[in-house]
Ligand binder design. Structure first.
Ligand code: ZN
Length: 223
């Protein structure tokens, strides 16, 4: 079945991108810039007229994110305290989300409104899909319910793509305009964020492949 070839391809691509992301971040963490991640973040927020967003340090690696509910840019310790291209790119990217939030960027609004639905779906879909596959002959609507919940998470992973790409676009434009990066460091910053974006693309494709697989089980049942 073709679907298995797609699953294997997605798994290999996902592994390769993750490895590439780790090695690129390691490499670009050695290229210094003038400001730490924290300083880059505050400067970019200020440049965009955003004064009500806090920049805080969060434990772990690659845990960087923007939290719209309490308006905080959360930077991992390595990004928060370090003055290198990788840290600057990540900090600016997270501020890109804060700028999207401030400008009511439509895909971000759509993504945020899906969060409670996705939280509900994530809680129940595994059980519904499992039970649904076991009882597909006798009670197919269990699987259908699981598929509907799973589809919301697939939709969410696709809506994430424009949100992520736009945040990186805003970050790179600002880094260059503000003089944080120059002709030799802009390329690495772009490369780091582009590789990070690929992880979201492959996650979305993986989710779509799984969705198709469940639909195939549902439509392939004996009637
Ligand atoms: Zn992001």
């Amino acid at each position: 079945m073709y679907i298995w070839i797609i699953f294997i391809a997605v798994a290999i691509a996902s592994f390769a991108i993750q490895a590439s992301l780790n090695s690129k971040f390691k490499k670009y963490s050695k290229i210094p810039v003038g400001l730490t991640g924290r300083e880059v973040a505050y400067k970019m927020l200020q440049a965009n007229g955003i004064t009500d967003v806090k920049v805080i340090s969060t434990p772990g690696q690659l845990t960087d994110h923007y939290n719209p509910t309490n308006k905080t840019v959360n930077l991992s310790e390595g990004v928060y305290n370090s003055a290198n291209v990788a840290a600057a790119a990540v900090a600016a990217h997270e501020c890109g989300h804060a700028v999207q939030h401030a400008h009511a960027y439509a895909p971000l609004k759509m993504r945020s409104s899906l969060v409670p639905v996705v939280n509900f779906a994530s809680k129940w879909m595994q059980w519904l899909l499992l039970a649904g596959i076991i009882f597909v002959e006798s009670f197919p609507y269990l699987l259908l319910a699981g598929i509907i919940l799973f589809a919301t998470t697939t939709l969410f992973s696709f809506i994430t793509l424009p949100v992520e790409i736009d945040a990186s676009r805003r970050a790179l434009a600002w880094l260059s305009n503000a003089g944080i990066t120059n002709y030799s460091t802009q390329g690495p910053a772009r490369d780091a964020l582009k590789t990070a974006a690929y992880t979201y693309v492959i996650a979305a494709l993986g989710s779509l492949a799984s969705l198709i697989y469940y639909i195939m089980i549902f439509t392939g049942r004996r009637n």
